[in-house]
Design a protein around this ligand. Structure first.
Ligand SMILES: Nc1ncnc2c1ncn2[C@@H]1O[C@H](COP(=O)(O)OP(=O)(O)OP(=O)(O)O)[C@@H](O)[C@H]1O
Ligand SMILES: [Mg+2]
Length: 461
C-alpha cells in the first residue's frame, strides 16, 4: 500500500487519542459507579436511621412504626422496590417481611454494614443497622434494621453519568480527526498547486519554480527541485553547444575535403593530383580522429551507468598503452619511458575506456613536446586505496590559467602549430570521473613541462 500523509497523520493522531479516550471513559465509568453507590448508600442509611429512631418498647413489646418519610426518600421514577425488615433483640420479626435480605454478618453497637443481595431475582443494595433498645424493665438489647433498594435508579444514574462522558470524548476524537484532515488539506494545497504547475510545463521549460506562498517546510524541496532544474538547464545548454561545435567541426573538414578532391580532379598533371590526394588524406585522417574522439566521448558519457566494469590490472593496461605509442615516440624523436609498479594494481573499471584515457594523455605529451624531449608515464599504488598514473613531459606545459579550460570540449590552446580536435582531455576527464577518480594538471618538476596526475580508486585485493 502506498504511503499517504493523510492516513499516517490520522493514524498518529486518532489511534493514540482513542487509547487515551478509552482510558478516560473507563475511568469515568468507575467514577460514575462510585458516585451512584455513594448516593444510594446515603439514602439507605438515612432511611434505616429514621426507622431505627422510632423503635421503642411499650408494654413489654418492641414496636417499630415505619415513618412514611423513611420510604418516601426512595421515591423515583424508576419504580425501585424498597424492602425493609426490623428484628427485635431476640430476633423476632417486628416489622417488614421475614427472611428478606440476610446480611453477610450481623452488625452490633450502632454500627451498620452495606451489602448486596437480591429480591425476587433482582439485584438489591442494602444496609443493616444495629439499634440498641432500652426496655422499661432495664433490660437492653439490639434491634436489627435492614433497608434495601433495587438498583434501577442507581443504574440509570451510572449510565447517565458515563454516557455523557463517552459522548463528549467521542466528539473530541471526531473533531480532532476532522480538524487534522482539514488542516492537512489546507497544508497540502501549495504542494498540489506545485504539482499542477510542474504538470502544465512544456517539455522544454526549465525555469525555476515559484517559491513564494510555499510553506517553510516545503521550501527546501522546491529549492532542491530548482537546483536540479538549474543543473539540467546547464547540461542542456552544454549539450547544445557541443552539438553545434561538433557539427561545425565536421562540416569544415568535409568542405575542405570537397575542395581538395575538386582541385585534384582539375589537376593538370599526376604530381599535382598526387599533392591534392595527399592533402585530402590528411584531412580524412583528421576527420577519422575527430569521429573517434566523438565516439569515445559518447561512450565515456554513458560512463558509470551503462558500462560493464571488471577487475583490471591498471599497471599492465598503462604499460600496453605506452608500448603501443613507442613507434610514434621514435618517429617524433622523443624518449618515451614507462615506470610501472612492481606488482599488478587492480581497479574496477572499463578496460577500453581506461586504455583510451592513458593513450590520450601519453599521446598529448608526445605531440606537444618538441623533438628530443622526454616523456615518462609512472604508475603507482598510493596509500593502498588508490592508484595513480602520472604522465610527465618536458614540453611547453600549460599555463595555470588555462588548466581548467583545456578540459572543455573543443578547447585548444592557440599557437601550438599541432593538429588536434580539442576533445582529448574532455574525453579523459569524462572517463576519470565515470570511474570516480580525479585528474589534475601541474608543472613538471623540474620545469619546463606538464605533469598530468590521474588518481583512481583501487580495488581491494
Ligand atoms: N602535454 C601537453 N603539453 C602542452 N600542452 C598540452 C598538453 N596536452 C594538452 N595540451 C594543450 O591542451 C589542449 C587540449 O588538449 P586535448 O587533448 O583536449 O585536445 P587536442 O590534443 O588539441 O585534440 P585531440 O587530442 O582531441 O586530438 C591542446 O590543444 C594543447 O594545447
Ligand atoms: Mg590531445
Amino acid at each position: 500500500m502506498s504511503r499517504s500523509l493523510r492516513r499516517e497523520l490520522l493514524g498518529w493522531l486518532v489511534l493514540p487519542l482513542t487509547a487515551v479516550v478509552s482510558y478516560n471513559v473507563w475511568n469515568s465509568y468507575s467514577d460514575a459507579r462510585e458516585t451512584a453507590d455513594l448516593l444510594t448508600d446515603r439514602t439507605l442509611i438515612s432511611s434505616a436511621r429514621s426507622i431505627a429512631e422510632n423503635i421503642h418498647e411499650s408494654d413489654g413489646v418492641i414496636q417499630a412504626p415505619i415513618p412514611p418519610s423513611a420510604l418516601e426518600m426512595f421515591a423515583t421514577d424508576d419504580r425501585d422496590h424498597v424492602i425493609y425488615r426490623v428484628n427485635g433483640p431476640r430476633g423476632e420479626l417486628v416489622a417488614g417481611y421475614p427472611d428478606t435480605l440476610p446480611p453477610p454478618e450481623t452488625p452490633t453497637n450502632f454500627r451498620h454494614i452495606y451489602f448486596k443481595g437480591s429480591y425476587r431475582g433482582e439485584a438489591v443494595r442494602a444496609v443493616a443497622l444495629a439499634q440498641p433498645v432500652v426496655s422499661a424493665t432495664g433490660k437492653s438489647g439490639e434491634a436489627l434494621v435492614i433497608v434495601g433498594q433495587t438498583l434501577r435508579s442507581h443504574d440509570r444514574l451510572v449510565n447517565n453519568l458515563w454516557l455523557r462522558a463517552l459522548r463528549d470524548e467521542m466528539l473530541l476524537v471526531a473533531v480532532a480527526g476532522i480538524l487534522a484532515l482539514l488542516g492537512l488539506r489546507r497544508g497540502l494545497t501549495p504542494l498540489l498547486r506545485l504539482r499542477d504547475e510542474v504538470r502544465q510545463r512544456g517539455p522544454d521549460t526549465l525555469e525555476p519554480l515559484d517559491t513564494t506562498d510555499v510553506q517553510t517546510e516545503l521550501r527546501p524541496l522546491v529549492t532542491a527541485l530548482n537546483e536540479a532544474l538549474a543543473q539540467v538547464q546547464r547540461q542542456v545548454a552544454a549539450q547544445r553547444r557541443f552539438v553545434a561545435n561538433a557539427a561545425h567541426q565536421l562540416r569544415t573538414p568535409l568542405a575542405l575535403l570537397k575542395a581538395q578532391v575538386g582541385v585534384g580532379l582539375r589537376a593538370p598533371d599526376a604530381p599535382a593530383a598526387r599533392e591534392s590526394l595527399t592533402a585530402a588524406g590528411a584531412t580524412v585522417e583528421g576527420m577519422t580522429r575527430l569521429s573517434n574522439q566523438l565516439l569515445s566521448l559518447a561512450r565515456a558519457e554513458q560512463g558509470s551507468a551503462l558500462l560493464h566494469r571488471e577487475k583490471v590490472d591498471f599497471n599492465a593496461l598503462c604499460r600496453d598503452a605506452v608500448e603501443d605509442l613507442a613507434i610514434m615516440a621514435v618517429e617524433r624523436g622523443i624518449d618515451l619511458g614507462f615506470d610501472g609498479a612492481p606488482a599488478p594494481l587492480q581497479v574496477n573499471g572499463h578496460p577500453t575506456l581506461l586504455r583510451e584515457m592513458a593513450t590520450n594523455l601519453v599521446e598529448n605529451a608526445l605531440r606537444y613536446t618538441p623533438k628530443g624531449g622526454t616523456v615518462t608515464a609512472r604508475v603507482r599504488a598510493a596509500g593502498g586505496s588508490t592508484v595513480t598514473l602520472r604522465v610527465e613531459d618536458d614540453g611547453p606545459g600549460i599555463p595555470a590559467d588555462e588548466r581548467e579550460k583545456v578540459f572543455e570540449r573543443f578547447y585548444r590552446r592557440l599557437g601550438t602549430g599541432i593538429e588536434g580536435t580539442g576533445l582529448g582531455l574532455a574525453v579523459v576527464k569524462e572517463i576519470v570521473s565515470s570511474h570516480e577518480g580525479e585528474i589534475e594538471l601541474a608543472d613538471n618538476a623540474p620545469p619546463p613541462g606538464l605533469l598530468v596526475k590521474v588518481t583512481l580508486p583501487a580495488l581491494e585485493a
